[in-house]
Design a protein around this ligand. Structure first.
Ligand code: PBG
Length: 337
């Protein structure tokens, strides 16, 4: 050891940098990897044909009519993306107090599912059953006297879930955080003969400002009265989130989701450790937009931060990530692989 330097002998025996010294050794010791198999692509569907409508608050993300979305979903499948998650932006005239359009068998979301199933049978289709795209007040459940009523909402989303499964959905992903919904959906699906349709529970969904651009995408931001604090989890509460996830596991969830993503990596880790179920993070609209906006200003390297954040979800114990970056990341992985 060079005695002219201040680093002591013990440090000299434990140099972390030895494993980092070259590309080959860094590759050898790499603990986590992102692959295309980790990606779920959320997409927005609008009525009509031939529509590809950019969402201002989410540069690079479009609302698509079913025909255009079919083309995009084919491209996703060709890139090897295992699954998509669909969200409808329906006409205002169809939205009402109870979100009754969610119970129309051939509503926009179910039309989209049927079209994807037919044209792209090898991609998984994940559908949400929350009522917010269908209600005139933008809440995820039925609103009565200023309260989102739990049990009635659950009855309705179970019926909507069965219709989504009838249309071809592979996984039902309830995002509205009502109590008892997972068990109820499981029973409803089984009773309708949909034993093989899975449930990805939005087990820990936080009341977050990061959902802003999504609400623009499906045009609920102008509608929403009040906030969602009486059903989503407070960002202050980690143990409560684990407990909420535990109930979903007991009720029969096949997979768990944490939402938003990057600010909630501790929750990803905790629920992966606690339950061992497949865990997915949703890198939500506001997270996407933050990265895009900074990149568009030249303030960060957007592609680098995209890949870094996706990899960090893996490190935090996630089995996969729902991300609006899924297509870009898949293309980059294909190029590098
Ligand atoms: C509501 C729902 C939300 C998102 C998907 N479904 C949150 C909300 O509007 O309160 C957010 C997705 C995103 O921000 O990317 N059921």
């Amino acid at each position: 050891m060079d005695k002219t330097h201040l680093v002591d002998e013990i440090t000299g025996h434990r140099r972390m940098r030895r494993n980092r010294k070259a590309d080959w050794t860094r590759r050898l010791v790499q603990e986590n990897r992102l692959t295309v198999d980790d990606l779920i692509w959320p997409i927005f569907i609008v009525p009509g044909t031939g529509i590809v409508d950019p969402i201002a608050a989410m540069p690079g993300v479009n609302r698509m009519s079913v025909d255009k979305a079919v083309e995009a979903v084919k491209e996703a499948a060709d890139l090897g993306i295992p699954a998509i998650a669909t969200f409808p932006d329906i006409e205002m005239a169809l939205r009402d107090e109870t979100g009754s359009n969610s119970l129309i068998a051939n509503n926009l979301i179910n039309q989209a599912t049927a079209a994807f199933k037919k044209a792209v049978p090898n991609i998984g289709i994940i559908t949400d059953v929350a009522l917010d795209p269908f209600t005139s007040h933008g809440h995820d459940g039925i609103l009565r006297d200023g309260i989102i009523v739990n049990d009635e909402t659950v009855d309705q989303i179970v019926r909507a879930a069965v219709m989504q499964a009838d249309a071809g959905a592979d996984i039902i992903a309830p995002s509205e955080m009502m109590d008892g919904r997972i068990g109820a959906i499981r029973r409803g699906l089984d009773a309708a003969g949909h034993q093989d349709v899975g449930i990805m529970s939005y087990a820990t969904k936080f009341s977050s400002g990061f959902y802003g651009p999504y609400r623009e995408a499906i045009n609920t931001s102008g509608l929403l009265k009040g906030d969602k604090n009486s059903y989503y989890i407070s960002p202050a509460n980690g143990t409560e989130a684990v407990r909420d996830a535990a109930l979903d596991v007991e009720e029969g969830a096949d997979m768990l989701m944490v939402k938003p993503g990057i600010a909630y990596l501790d929750i990803c880790w905790r629920i992966k450790e606690a339950f061992g179920l497949p865990v997915f993070a949703y890198q939500v609209s506001g997270e996407y937009t933050q990265i895009k906006a900074a990149a568009m200003n030249g303030w960060i390297d957007g592609e680098r931060v995209m890949m870094e954040t996706l990899l960090c979800f893996k490190r935090a114990g996630c089995d996969g990530i729902l991300s609006y970056f899924a297509m870009d990341a898949a293309k980059k992985l294909a190029k590098n692989g």
